[in-house]
Design a protein around this ligand. Structure first.
Ligand SMILES: *Cc1c(COP(=O)(O)O)cnc(C)c1O
Length: 360
């Protein structure tokens, strides 16, 4: 019998990505706060558009995503020629690594950064390099010090996951200014809409040759299951990524849902406002229970516990009440729980359970 072929170097070094759990045995009313999904679901506009598009599922989707790109460009005031759409922003992260980094090249990410960066770097045969953060914040000086002649990509999420902290626009610009030629800064803006008036790097991605911004429909727009993300940056980068993009990467249904969602500004505004209100309430109640957290600019809060045992005990207790949060030990936070901001009713339930846990 012949042996199976060996995979490319780096692939077997990939640690499998762990998605947020969604089930607890014995509970049919689970409150899932482990994946930063929108507690209000998808907008009715997007659900209606998806149902209608599903009628034409026998037809291939367009390859150029012209209508969705036009809608994104219109809503955000961008050049549609510099927008590219992917199967979640995960796919765009993957293309960036595949296109720009290979064996011998380095891909920088930060200590507590999103695990898709090292996964995609390894899948491309490149070497992921982890740079320390400072007090749960991206540290521009550490990143610049980590750059070598082999660095091709620098990934930061802003706001960051799982910390929820935001790097100021001035610091982001300082980082972009400090990178050498031939190195691309990728600003992952998965949570950008939740952060005050921060543009998620779209401005920098529009004006500079070395900055590329990514966005997603999975968080604010409630389309995590549809898998749609997009990127914005220099035309030269978009042209490169378009060559490796599968021509039919997004389905008719996904395209229609995303276009309706991005045009539904009332839904987005409502969700941003509700998130800010419930996030403040959650942080305040956590503080009263003796659980500090950094000010979050995203749709989750990273609660800090006395130690890993206490975090695990709280996680276990919440599960017994049918509430699933994230224990981000694999992000370097064994003493924390990351809690997606629920809606008002979910917050009532969560805060009651946390109070009972503390009182027990
Ligand atoms: C959730 C998330 C994404 C979005 O991934 P999609 O593939 O678009 O669903 C990207 N980056 C970070 C940091 C995230 O937390």
């Amino acid at each position: 019998m012949q042996a199976a072929p060996q995979p490319q170097p780096g692939i077997m070094d990939i640690a499998l990505y762990q998605g947020g759990a969604s089930k607890v045995a014995g509970h049919d009313d689970v409150l899932k706060l482990s994946s930063n999904e929108n507690p209000h679901g998808a907008p009715a506009s997007a659900r209606a558009a998806a149902r209608q598009a599903a009628e034409a599922m026998h037809l291939y989707p367009p390859t150029d995503h012209a209508e969705l790109r036009a809608a994104i460009a219109e809503v955000h005031g961008l050049d549609p020629e510099r927008v590219i759409c992917g199967v979640g922003s995960d796919e765009i992260i993957h293309w960036l690594c595949q296109a720009y980094a290979g064996p011998g090249d380095e891909v920088l990410h930060t200590e507590h950064g999103f695990l898709m960066y090292p996964i995609s770097a390894r899948a491309a045969g490149a070497t992921p390099v982890r740079v320390p953060e400072r007090e749960r914040r991206v540290d521009v000086d550490a990143l610049l010090a980590g750059v070598t002649g082999a660095t091709r990509l620098v990934f930061i999420a802003n706001p960051a996951n799982p910390t929820g902290t935001l790097l100021s626009a001035a610091e982001v610009t300082r980082l972009a200014d400090g990178l050498p030629d031939g190195c691309l800064l990728v600003l992952d803006g998965a949570y950008a809409e939740f952060a005050g008036d921060f543009d998620g790097g779209l401005g920098l991605g529009g004006e500079r040759g070395n900055v590329f911004a990514t966005r997603t429909f999975s968080k604010l727009y409630g389309l995590g299951g549809m898998r749609v993300g997009w990127g914005y940056g220099p035309r030269a980068v978009v042209e490169v990524l378009n060559r490796i993009r599968g021509p039919f990467n997004l389905s008719n249904v996904a395209l229609a849902a995303a276009e309706a969602a991005v045009r539904d500004r009332a839904f987005a505004a409502f969700c941003v406002a509700d998130n800010a209100e419930q996030r403040d309430r959650l942080r305040g109640s956590l503080a009263q229970l003796g659980l500090p957290s950094d000010p979050s600019e995203a749709n989750f809060v990273l609660a800090r516990f006395a130690g890993p045992e206490e975090a695990v005990a709280c996680d276990t207790y919440l599960k017994s009440r049918g509430i699933i949060v994230r224990h981000p030990a694999n992000y370097g936070f064994p003493d924390c729980l990351r809690i997606s901001v629920p809606d008002a009713a979910g917050n009532d339930r969560l805060l009651a359970a946390l109070a009972d846990w503390r009182a027990a």
